[in-house]
Design a protein around this ligand. Structure first.
Ligand SMILES: CC(C)(COP(=O)(O)OP(=O)(O)OC[C@H]1O[C@@H](n2cnc3c(N)ncnc32)[C@H](O)[C@@H]1OP(=O)(O)O)[C@@H](O)C(=O)NCCC(=O)NCCS
Length: 147
């Protein structure tokens, strides 16, 4: 598989939206991804295979902190290292832009994603009750060193 990892461009928005639709139960709109391409705080990496977006990840840079918005890989391509390559690219970009830490919220019952972040040196630092709806808490995770 020859997968290309690069910054998201406005032409990628339909593909990124498709991945969002396939991977999340709380979806963003296509317009919100379009807006991300004009948001100076936003940084998105896409994984492209033969012209198709198969995964993406993004963060907002707030002063010197990188806040992950979304990261997703189409189910058919999971557990093959695509997510790892996306987060590696996000970490490198965040570091290059002067960020000193990275954070995110993840659903408390999303064990694959929690494992993914634990493997990437994120640690559990808090919990937001009902963050994803009644009975669906969000776990706050941080990685304090990006190097
Ligand atoms: C989380 C997600 C992006 C991981 O992407 P991926 O391409 O499958 O991840 P990788 O293959 O690069 O795996 C990297 C590491 O993550 C962990 N991991 C990934 N999937 C896992 C699973 N299903 N179960 C347990 N650990 C898992 C492992 O530690 C893995 O390392 P290893 O292969 O050495 O064991 C993917 O599962 C996904 O898109 N999930 C749906 C969307 C989502 O929940 N996003 C997170 C929102 S906060």
């Amino acid at each position: 598989m020859r997968i290309h990892y690069r910054l998201m461009e406005s032409r990628d928005v339909p593909g990124v939206f498709k991945v969002d639709q396939a991977c999340f139960s709380h979806n963003w709109t296509e317009d919100s991804y379009k807006a991300e391409t004009n948001n100076i705080l936003s940084n998105y990496i896409v994984a492209e295979l033969d012209g198709e977006i198969i995964g993406f990840g993004g963060f907002w840079q707030v002063i010197d902190e990188a806040h992950i918005t979304n990261i997703a890989v189409l189910a058919a391509y999971r557990q093959t290292g695509v997510g790892q390559n996306i987060i590696n690219a996000m970490l490198a970009l965040a570091l290059e832009q002067g960020c000193v830490a990275m954070t995110l919220e993840v659903r408390a019952d999303n064990q694959p994603a929690i494992n993914f972040y634990l493997k990437n040196q994120f640690t559990r630092q808090g919990r937001r009750k009902d963050y994803y709806g009644t009975g669906m808490d969000g776990i706050i995770m941080w990685r304090y060193k990006l190097e």
